[in-house]
Design a protein. Structure first.
Ligand code: GLN
Length: 201
């Protein structure tokens, strides 16, 4: 099969870094802003940035409802940091007007690590990522406060959940796109390939 086409939601945040990481992980990567562009991808990354801004721009660009519909229909999605917040069914302390796409049955606390520490790096052992631990870059990062029964916890840091998967949805509190290590992106590209195969059967 040809390489899967994976979009990066390009409203705000570190879009370019994800495009580079996806291309390095053998996907055809392209920015997505409009519903027509969303319709053409096999999977989508929601980058790090500022979740309130991403939320407001998604509504403004008319892409919020199409995003929800595709995630509900099982399109593979991967959210990093602000992207993780966007995939949470529920967030603690949302800013006013902040909506999420949802898709993962979890409660996420925004800026959870940020209060003690603006930004830090730590080794994180991520289930499903072979080899040595991943270098986790945490930038005003959220953590997952609690998860529903369908959610698989892939990693924890300091007793807090920082990576999860529910079906075709993946989320990390940290930013693998900033490290040059593409193993988490490869895991996601594999999820997209598996989903394409399942859909074509
Ligand atoms: N704290 C940010 C938010 O609430 C997320 C930070 C990030 O993506 N690096 O959206």
């Amino acid at each position: 099969m040809t390489d899967p086409v994976i979009g990066v939601l390009a409203l705000q945040g570190d879009v370019r870094e994800h495009l580079i990481a996806l291309a390095a992980a053998d996907a055809v990567a392209r920015p997505v802003r409009r519903p027509e562009e969303l319709a053409e991808v096999d999977g989508l990354v929601i980058p790090g940035g500022e979740s309130t801004t991403i939320s407001k721009l998604a509504v403004l660009f008319g892409v919020m409802e199409p995003l929800r519909a595709r995630v509900r229909a099982g399109m593979p999605v991967y959210g990093t940091c602000a992207g993780m917040i966007m995939l949470a069914d529920k967030i603690l302390d949302p800013r006013s007007g902040q909506e999420t796409i949802g898709g993962i049955d979890m409660i996420v606390r925004r800026n959870a690590f940020g209060r003690q520490n603006e930004s830090f790096e730590a080794e994180v052992d991520v289930r499903g990522v072979p080899g040595h631990p991943v270098e986790g870059v945490f930038i005003r990062a959220p953590w997952v406060e609690s998860v529903g029964a369908e959610v698989e916890v892939l990693a924890e840091h300091d007793g807090h959940i920082v990576a999860v998967r529910q079906g075709t949805a993946l989320a990390t509190s940290f930013h693998p796109e900033l490290t040059g290590d593409h193993r988490v992106h490869s895991l996601f590209v594999d999820m997209v390939r598996a989903n394409r195969t399942a859909e074509s059967l």
